[in-house]
Design a protein around this ligand. Sequence first.
Ligand code: UT7
Length: 330
Amino acid sequence: MGVITGTGSYAPARIMTNDEFAAYLETSDAWIRERTGIRERRIAAPEEATSDLAVSAGLKALESAGLEAVSLDGILLATATPDLLFPSTACLVQARLGADKAFAFDLNAVCSGFVYAMSVAKSMIESRAARRLLVIGSEVMSRALDWSDRGTCILFGDGAGAVVVEASEAASKGLETFRLRADGRYWDMIHVPGGGSRRSGEESSPFIRMKGGETFKMAVRSLQESVMEVLSSSGVSPSEIDLLVPHQANIRIIDALATRLGLPPEKVMVNIDRYGNTSAASVPVALDEAVRSGRISEGSRVLLTAFGAGVTWGSGLLTWEAETQKRSRS
Ligand code: UT7
């Protein structure tokens, strides 16, 4: 059984408020807050890249697990904004952490990336391909934004979150059921045209293009279906969930999902007001904040869910048994 034994996150120091957009774009703090739930977001410093954020979050996760990087078997890094086209950002992180015995690879499922990576981590632990993994979601979305497009630039922010996943004989529960989905027919719903190998046709802009309204409707429908699939195959009802940790794309998406599941606000983790949409970093940052603020404790039943470009979506059910595993280690 795979168990999360440590969490960490990192947010760049620079806070960008809605009023800063209103100063040069036809938008307002009120519109952004009402339509998205976002009050501010973090923006990476010019010299900061995705690997820098990932290393900071990873170190905090290792510290909270009480482990050294050299004891890791592998690093899985979910990102859509890598430092370089190649090598992978995970390899840069592996070197910086001194995780000398670890394999390392990136995984790109955009906003669903962390949920995808956790599902892969669970499978690697259960198949005994690894016993100790660092799973990171890290993004510098600000480098992929067209700052003159009010439909997208106000939505995204930068950040990183990480968890340590370990194999456990002591814990009776941990990473339980994960379900992943994709539908590439909708690849152009949210995409970045430039920077890859396709040169013909569309102009090669390096910035995000998004069909906001269509994405919104599909996100609500897909998240609900995905969550219900995970719950029904685990024999768990929505009322048995202690905390839903959803991808933070729009407060109205989160509220619609919570209403459909009948979950009261105290069972839903929300931090979109402070970070905006940080893509693959959004779920692990929210998870880390939930753990550190005591909203998740030993035995809590937690549901992760995310939807993003691809389109991709997925959910995962877990029971928090970090302390049980840490005790059995010492
Ligand atoms: O990470 C997963 C992927 N992302 C998402 O899940 C995002 C999903 N989509 C959304 O969050 C919302 O669709 C948006 C926040 C992007 C847009 O909100 P909306 O309520 O769906 O607005 P809309 O696109 O229907 O646009 C309504 C109006 C439009 O004006 P007209 O055409 O009615 O005159 C937009 O041009 O709001 C306008 N608008 C804005 N007005 C002020 C769009 N962005 C802004 C803005 N400030 N920043």
